[in-house]
Design a protein around this ligand. Structure first.
Ligand code: 13P
Ligand code: SF4
Length: 328
């Protein structure tokens, strides 16, 4: 989406965003992968599950969602009476793109004895075709409540599905999607980095491929990785997820060193999520000013998708919640 920024020259964007947030009775929700300047002015920064819970519970009139489209869609599914704006509607996700609804429907129909346990990183249509949604912080809690003899399709992230399958010794039919960001970490470069920082633990998101997970001391959602960063005993932590989360670590622990795991070229720029990076302060200002781009979902589709999301929210609350994937 092209945004005209010329007429914004000279505007104090932070002050204007603050003014509009109050005027509109808006809440600004941001994912940990957003740029630091967006994280810093958000009302709440969190992982996918925490942001869904906030969206469902807010009494604001407007939700300005600084994340990607499936997250803003989730907010609208759970809070249909609110105006939900996403600063850039092109902020998609490679996992969502990997799973076209018609193909997913055909796959489900070919396996009628399987339930579909589906990662929240998917379209509203795929949520409507699923039985239970999971996030990386709720997947383990939810999987533990499904009888062992129940056959499961897990999509669209084959790495998260494969990780759960190996950890719990539960075969699952895996949809072949990947996150382009986590897929780009290099095992060779990670081993070089570990050699340069002997003793530094590696914290990895379960969207990473097994070659990276195999070298991790801790595997978990963004919030679980952040909790680990706040409690590990050393001086240096290697972080194998989108590097903007390091902003929160450096704020909380300014005397420790956090290093983003490298991509194949030896630096971590290829691990910045290009979709998350589309949101800017300028676009957030315009979204609050114009209440556009706005998320709209047809009511029948919304209600169908809400069933699998409601099951997630119920089942995720059955035990602890965040940080479940923490121990390997
Ligand atoms: P979590 O924040 O739920 O761990 O998800 C990470 C992610 O991929 C968001 O796109
Ligand atoms: Fe999608 Fe990966 Fe970006 Fe998350 S980091 S939004 S999974 S492409």
């Amino acid at each position: 989406m092209t945004v005209q920024t010329a007429n914004l020259t000279g505007l104090d964007l932070r002050a204007e965003i603050d003014r509009l947030r109050k005027e509109r009775n808006a809440v600004i929700l941001a994912h940990y992968y957003q740029k630091p300047e967006i994280q810093d002015l958000a009302d709440f920064v969190g992982d996918s599950l925490e942001l869904s819970r906030k969206a469902a519970a807010t009494d604001a009139d407007v939700i300005a969602f600084c994340g990607v489209k499936f997250m803003a869609d989730t907010a609208k599914i759970l809070s249909p009476q609110k105006i939900v704006v996403l600063p850039d509607l092109d902020a998609g996700c490679s996992l969502e793109d990997s799973c076209p609804p018609e193909k997913f429907k055909a796959f489900r129909e070919a396996h009628p004895d399987h339930i579909a346990l589906t990662y929240i990183n998917c379209s509203t249509e795929v949520k409507a075709l699923s039985d239970i949604i999971v996030t990386s912080s709720s997947a383990e809690t939810i999987l533990n409540q499904i009888p062992r003899d129940q056959k499961i399709i897990f999509g669209p992230d084959r790495h998260l599905g494969g990780y759960l399958s190996r950890k719990f010794d539960r075969p699952m039919l895996l949809w072949p999607g990947v996150c382009i960001v986590h897929e780009a970490f290099s095992e060779t470069e990670l081993l070089k980095l570990k050699a340069q920082h002997p003793g530094a633990p590696v914290a990895a998101h379960p969207e990473c491929p097994p070659a990276i997970i195999d070298h991790a001391d801790m595997v978990g959602s963004t919030s679980a990785i952040l909790d680990f960063a706040k409690t590990f005993e050393g001086d240096t932590l290697i972080v194998a997820t989108e590097p903007h989360i390091i902003h929160q670590m450096e704020r909380a622990l300014p005397n420790k060193t956090f290093i983003g795991a490298p991509g194949a070229d030896g630096n971590c720029n290829c691990n910045i999520c290009p979709y998350m990076a589309l949101n800017t302060l300028e676009k957030l200002y315009l979204a609050l000013r114009d209440l556009q781009p706005r998320i709209e979902i047809e009511e029948g589709l919304r209600l169908a998708a809400k069933k699998s999301l409601d099951r997630m929210l119920e089942m995720a609350s059955a035990t602890v919640g965040k940080g479940d994937l923490g121990a390997r």
